[in-house]
Design a protein around this ligand. Structure first.
Ligand code: NAD
Length: 500
């Protein structure tokens, strides 16, 4: 096994040399990443086809273009996001500078999963670099073709001193986690997320955990069924359901369920013909272990759509299950495959109780035209995010934070949230040795007196929340400026008069 201790040490030395802090260096890396995405497109498409039988359409749209969009966003706003913030200040700091500096953490470890093995590595990697960190990236061993491409192209395009790709599985990651990192960004299962968190805890390393869970869908009878079925099935079929934000199961009445099934049969035939196995657009299951895990779910409840499988290709057809019990295995763990179970509820209140009786999901999907039902579900449940009358696409809105809550994760990224994830916001109070400031502040020094206490109380009192009150320090400063200017000009006049 490689010497990870020395790798981390070397990388930290490079970080402290300050190379990654320069805006020019960071911009150059982002531009290089865009070049990499452009020049290596074909290689990435081939790797994803090898790992997941993923078609070009899905690889380009959900991996390459998505990553490109995030890098462009970082590039576009880097200067603005990196700039010092000047928060408002109170009277007590009227003569001081109050600033928030964006400080990179240092050496960041990014651990990626296999399901979107390219973008889920590249986006946090580029976010960490944009923020001025050095990065060690550990892609998933299960998507070995994509990981090999990452290990080949990243050193070709990005700074080899500051960015490293480490390949390997559990033993390598376990060894890596014995090192002290300054930030860990992990994407993967909740079970392994806990292992990562424990390892980070030893050094009090801050973490982002982008985990999974069972994202429920609630549909009521006001929803446009044709559109709902298409959007839900697409969310379940893209990447063969191996998507952390795929709709996991559906809660609805029996009446809505029956209508859904009829529409689903028709739509799946339009999309994938009678035999989805022959469709070039349908992804396969990543490996034998996950295939076997999923095939067992086909025995839960009753199959009403699909239910076909082929071990030789690790193929499972889009499948709908009904008469499923909440205690069935398919309703215990995240499904992460093209299987959609239905659980019947009579109304939104029953759906809320069901959702709240389980771990907080990564996403809650609501299909309803009724605003009151939408608001009720949003306000009475806890989830990382919400999609109303849509699935998966909320992930692409880069002004929304993406992340889980509780068992579905901690922390969030995308757009500005990606940049913010990888910087420590350092609060700075910068004073000078101005005499007036010292006179104002000297009331803190012993010997204490009631007079000094009254003055301290005055300085520490929070200003009342009156509109415009925050401008008082500015007005005072302006007044002081006017007074000084007036004083100086009067003194000059007197001096001139005296000379005459
Ligand atoms: P995983 O947790 O098995 O593996 C992810 C990474 O952790 C891999 O790089 C792997 O090498 C490493 N790893 C695995 N076991 C480890 C161990 N014992 N010790 C240390 N490291 C270990 O996850 P996965 O199967 O690759 O991905 C599927 C899961 O990830 C699903 O639960 C899915 O919902 C979740 N996911 C979440 C998001 C998100 O953005 N929230 C995105 C994609 C996937």
């Amino acid at each position: 096994m490689a010497d990870y201790a020395s790798l981390v040490d070397r990388t930290r030395t490079v970080f402290f040399n300050g190379k990654t802090r320069s805006l020019e260096w960071r911009i150059k890396q982002l531009k290089q990443a865009l070049l990499m995405l452009e020049e290596c497109e074909q290689e990435i498409i081939s790797a994803l086809a090898t790992d997941l039988h993923k078609c070009k359409f899905e690889t380009v749209s959900t991996e390459i273009k998505f990553a490109e969009g995030e890098v462009i966003e970082l590039l576009r706003h880097l200067k603005e996001w990196s700039a010092d913030e000047k928060p408002s200040k109170s009277i007590v700091n009227i003569l001081d500078k109050v600033e928030i500096k964006k400080e990179p953490y240092g050496v960041v470890l990014v651990i990626g999963p296999w399901n979107y093995p390219f973008q889920l590595c590249v986006i946090p990697l580029m976010g960490a670099i944009a923020a001025g960190n050095c990065v060690i990236l550990k892609p998933s061993e299960l998507s070995s073709a994509t990981s090999a491409v990452l290990a080949k192209i990243i050193p070709k395009y990005l700074d080899q001193e500051c960015v490293h790709v480490v390949l390997g599985g559990v033993p390598e990651t376990t060894e890596l986690l014995k090192q002290k990192f300054d930030y860990i960004f992990y994407t993967g299962s909740t079970t392994v997320g806990k292992i990562i968190n424990n390892a980070a805890n030893k050094f009090l390393t801050p973490v982002t955990l982008e985990l999974g869970g069972k994202s429920p869908v609630y549909i009521d009878n006001t929803a446009d069924l044709e559109i709902s079925v298409k959007r839900i099935l697409w969310g379940k079929c893209v990447n063969s359901g191996q998507t952390c934000i795929a709709p996991d199961y559906v809660l609805c009445t029996e009446e809505v369920q029956n209508k859904f099934i009829e529409k689903a049969k028709q739509i799946l035939k339009e999309w994938f013909t009678d035999n989805p196995k022959e469709s070039p657009d349908f992804t396969r299951i990543i490996n034998e272990h996950h295939y076997q895990r999923l095939v067992k779910y086909l025995n839960n409840g009753k199959v009403v759509v699909g239910g076909d499988s082929d071990a030789s290709e690790r193929y499972i057809s889009p499948t709908i299950l009904i008469d499923v019990k909440p205690t069935d295995p398919v309703m215990q763990d995240e499904i992460f495959g093209p299987i959609l179970p239905f659980i019947n509820v009579n109304n939104a209140y029953e759906a809320i109780n069901f959702i709240n009786s389980r771990d907080s999901p990564l996403v809650l999907y609501i299909f309803s035209k009724d605003r009151k039902v939408q608001d009720l579900l949003i306000s009475q449940t806890r989830s990382g995010s919400v999609g109303v009358n849509e699935t998966v696409i909320q992930y692409c809105v880069d002004t929304l934070p993406f992340g889980g809550v509780g068992n579905s994760g901690m922390g969030a990224y995308h757009g500005k949230y990606t940049y913010d994830t990888f910087v420590h916001k350092k609060g700075c109070l910068i004073k000078n040795f101005n005499k007036l400031g010292e006179i104002l502040g000297s009331c803190r020094y012993p010997p204490y007196s009631d007079k000094k206490l009254s003055f301290i109380k005055l300085l520490l009192t929070k200003e009342p929340s009156i509109p415009g009150i925050k401008y008082i320090p500015h007005l005072l400063a302006f007044g002081l400026g006017v007074l000084v200017t007036y004083g100086v000009s009067t003194a000059l006049k007197v001096y001139k008069l005296k000379r005459i």
